[in-house]
Design a protein around this ligand. Sequence first.
Ligand code: BGC
Length: 466
Amino acid sequence: MAAKGTLYFPPGFLWGCATAAHQVEGHNVNDWWRWEQTPGRIFQDQRSGAACDWWAGRYAEDFDRAAEMHNNAQRISIEWSRVEPEPGKWDQDALDHYREMIIGLRERGMKPMVTLHHFTNPLWVGDHDGWLWDEVPERFEQFTRKVITALGDVCDLWCTLNEPNVYATNGYIFGTWTPGLKSVKKAARALYNQLRGHTRAYHAIKELQPQSQVGLAIHLVGNKPLPPKWINQAATRFMSHFFNRSFLDAFTTGRLRLTGGGRYRFPKAKGALDWIGMQYYQEFRSGFTLRSPGTLFVAQSKPTDMPVGPHTWGGLNPTATFDMLMWLWRSLGKPIYITESGVPDPDDTIRPGYLAESLKAAWRATTLSIPLKGFFHWSLVDNFEWAEGYDPRYSFGLYQVNFQTQSRTARLSARFYGEVCAQNGLSAETVERFAPDVLEKVFPGEAGKAQVTLKARATGTYSRVP
Ligand code: BGC
């Protein structure tokens, strides 16, 4: 007998997928493109090249796929280098192209969420080491004003920055992304400039389009101490503060405080957010090590008590999505979108269970009246995964892409996600068919019973930093 019961999401919940311009468009000429030209930086020295061929028009067929999955929203990003290839020189054709894409989403019944900065910069910004350049916030505001003036009539849900914490860490501490620097102080400056850029963009958008909803997407990592706990607890707190907390704190305190990087006062940031985007993928263990002076003697490693992702990818703990949501809600008190959630999994063996458990965790948060407003799966199609290039181990798509032929093949998870979106909920029957291995976890003992109407109460135990 088929399992019964459905975990319904609130009416009007947004269901979609997320993509980023440089990862799907193809043939962008920006600071990442320049970074790709030097051997040794990208997996097998690959280059983004044609990516998923979206700029040449293939976005349309992928939007069809999203619509077939009953997505009612879609998160895409605008490539700054296309719109402003040289300082102050605007490319109207590029803006028209984005307009077509956004209208294409709306015509297919999907609400656009548009990100204004997803890691990449025009070359002329890259020339100044990206967001280390103190002029970037003002330039970014000008770019934002141009985009909102051109597209504000077809989009009102804006995400200013994608993962300022990842951008700062990879580009300025680890040096594995452009501009390839290794300095905690510089990372702090780049983070501060992103805070200034976001705040300027936020106020500019609200001025031009008062009814819009403006937020940003932050990356949260799960973080626990390596044994012995008493030594490594401080390292864990440091990591959590630096990575998860410091940037967000600025929206409530007006201050950015980064141990080892500096302190900045920026009162204008207070309250400059309508919503926050959460991107949670993985969990690490933290500890002190004398071998890592560049990261202030703190290092992260893979957990040994849970499944882990490929290469440097951390532990896969989808149920912690709930803890992250609770923490974010308690920290900021703003409506939340899960702007990315996904797992690297070419064979689609892990994804269905991971998706089911993540959705259960997200649903639990909604039962506590957390204003969770949407879920965007990363990603719609396999794409260019930054330093991992087209390494097949880093395949995140609901649709597999053959980058030689540009053909797409639906993974099983695409059908699974499509059913969830169509039902505005996760049913036991769907989980039983697509992710039977987690059925008992997601519907414990309840599989086969009537509608689940669990109304959990906030317990007050989730105020700790994840
Ligand atoms: C980024 C994406 C990336 C994904 C998977 C997120 O941190 O926003 O651009 O592809 O993670 O690594």
